[in-house]
Design a protein around this ligand. Structure first.
Ligand code: ZN
Ligand code: ZN
Ligand code: ZN
Length: 470
């Protein structure tokens, strides 16, 4: 038996490991850690897991390519399987088929965990909401778990001293992206002010101040006006994606960033105005952090039942401690860069699915025609906040005038892997197992080969813009 598993079993038996949860497989060459992190976050979020369990009807694009079915199947195994480690293969394969045209999330290749998380939510939306009913992608379907629970419906507008107002720009985002460098710089500049302010308010207020865009006054009075962002709804999960300048920042930078974090946020601090009464009242508690180090992702999750932080690193699950500072110490020791932070309203209500599909309807199209959402797209769409919609459909917030805005987080392929984490270059012909959803996996497993075309690695390189290639 694997040593840590043995240790975990012993701990669990002795009553010291209070949470029993499953790990996800990541064999050499599979590079599953980004997907494993995104899946573990969704599985451990009570508001997602419990509501998703009640969703069955969807537009199904077929057994091997349906992301909805693959997630259902994986979640069923989380719940019922007696295996300690589950293979995420079905989901990995389904994503590789659906995003093939965009050359994203392909088998064996490393990807970004925050983007994966966001795209999984978008795919679930597209399986339960008809295109025609979500005009302009401003999805308001009551049964859409992605937008009801995670979507931030925002309106951005500038008001000038001359009296002119800019056209209001509505958009929905599933993840609010901020720059680690901008946050740290703002904290430094405002240190005096924040010393007095409540520590809990600090992080959300910093986000608000670095997320503010600016634009030219539409009346041509010559003024640069700052935009104000209003939140229209009350999501239950606030996801914050963190952009880093570097894949290996100095430890001081990581420490600085970690010190900007609060374990609770209120939305009035994060947005200029909050219109929904519930959103004004709700408290959002830090419940999950996806971290990055050495071409590898892992996750910390706060388990409320056990009142403990867990570390979930692919197959390895362990307890970190009762307090957030236990996680901080681990992050600092391991040089982990927090990349995705989830703040959850623990008083979330369950959803009403009566407006949603009640049966599994087979539909023909199996490949997404819309581009995979990425930080890069988000950056192009809106430099301040992420427009989590495809650029063609959305009125985009205008360019932020902040010239010091750092480069986006990107894979640095010039730096060789330092042998940390689980990163391995994938090999052509690596075999993966794939299972049919909803069926007993042991009976229906069949082999799936990773198709790696080494001849057009240049094309791949260009399309993936800096992602490690074959
Ligand atoms: Zn399906
Ligand atoms: Zn939706
Ligand atoms: Zn003006």
């Amino acid at each position: 038996m694997i040593p840590w598993l043995k240790k975990n079993k012993a701990l669990y038996k002795s009553g010291r490991l209070s949470v029993k949860t499953k790990g996800l497989e990541n064999q050499p060459g599979q590079n599953n850690c980004f997907l494993n992190s995104a899946v573990q976050v969704l599985w451990h979020l009570d508001v997602f897991r419990t509501n998703f369990a009640r969703m069955t009807g969807h537009n199904c694009v077929g057994e091997s390519s349906c992301i909805f079915c693959a997630m259902k199947h994986l979640f069923a195994r989380f719940k019922y399987s007696d295996q300690e480690i589950l293979p995420p293969t079905d989901l990995r394969v389904a994503m590789s088929i659906i995003y093939q045209a965009q050359n994203r999330f392909q088998l064996g290749l490393m990807e970004d965990a925050a983007e994966c998380f966001e795209n999984l939510l978008l795919r679930i939306h597209s399986h339960v909401v008809e295109e025609s009913t979500s005009e302009d992608n401003m999805c308001s379907a009551k049964h859409c778990i992605s937008h009801q629970k995670f979507g931030m419906m925002l309106i951005e507008q500038g008001v000038c001293e001359c009296g002119e107002t800019s056209e209001p720009l509505p958009f929905i985002q599933l993840v609010h992206y901020v720059s680690a460098t901008a946050l740290c710089a703002k904290l430094k500049a405002r240190r005096k002010y924040y010393r007095a302010a409540d520590k809990e308010e600090k992080f959300a207020r910093l986000i608000r101040s670095v997320s503010r865009g600016s634009r030219k006054c539409p009346s041509n009075c010559g003024s640069e006006i700052a935009t104000r962002t209003s939140l229209m709804n009350a999501p239950d999960v606030i996801s914050i994606g963190v952009n880093w300048d570097s894949e290996e920042p100095a430890i001081e930078h990581i420490i600085d960033f970690i010190h900007t974090l609060s374990t609770m946020i209120k939305l009035q601090d994060m947005f200029d105005s909050v219109l929904d009464k519930n959103a004004q009242r709700n408290e959002y508690h830090l419940s999950a952090v996806v971290c990055y180090y050495g071409k590898h992702y892992s996750t910390f999750f706060f388990n409320r039942k056990a009142n403990r932080w867990l570390s979930i690193d692919d197959a390895a699950v362990s307890e970190v401690g009762k307090h957030w500072r236990d996680v901080l110490i681990k992050c600092i020791k391991g040089h982990y860069q927090p990349l995705l932070l989830l703040y959850t309203n623990y008083a979330a209500e369950s959803m009403n699915f009566s407006s949603g599909p009640t049966s599994i309807k087979k539909i023909a199209s199996s490949v997404t025609s819309s581009p995979a959402l990425s930080r890069r797209d988000s950056e192009a769409a809106s430099s301040s906040s992420s427009g989590s919609l495809s650029p063609a459909h959305v009125p985009m917030p205008v360019q932020n005038g902040n010239s010091t805005r750092p480069k986006k987080f990107q894979w640095n392929t010039s730096v060789p892997s330092r042998g940390t984490g689980h990163y391995k270059e994938p090999k052509a012909g690596t075999s993966f197992l794939t299972y049919k959803p909803y069926e007993n996996p042991s009976k229906n497993s069949n082999s799936f080969k990773v198709s790696t075309n080494t001849n057009n690695s240049n094309d791949i390189n260009e399309n993936l813009r800096g992602f490690p290639t074959l």
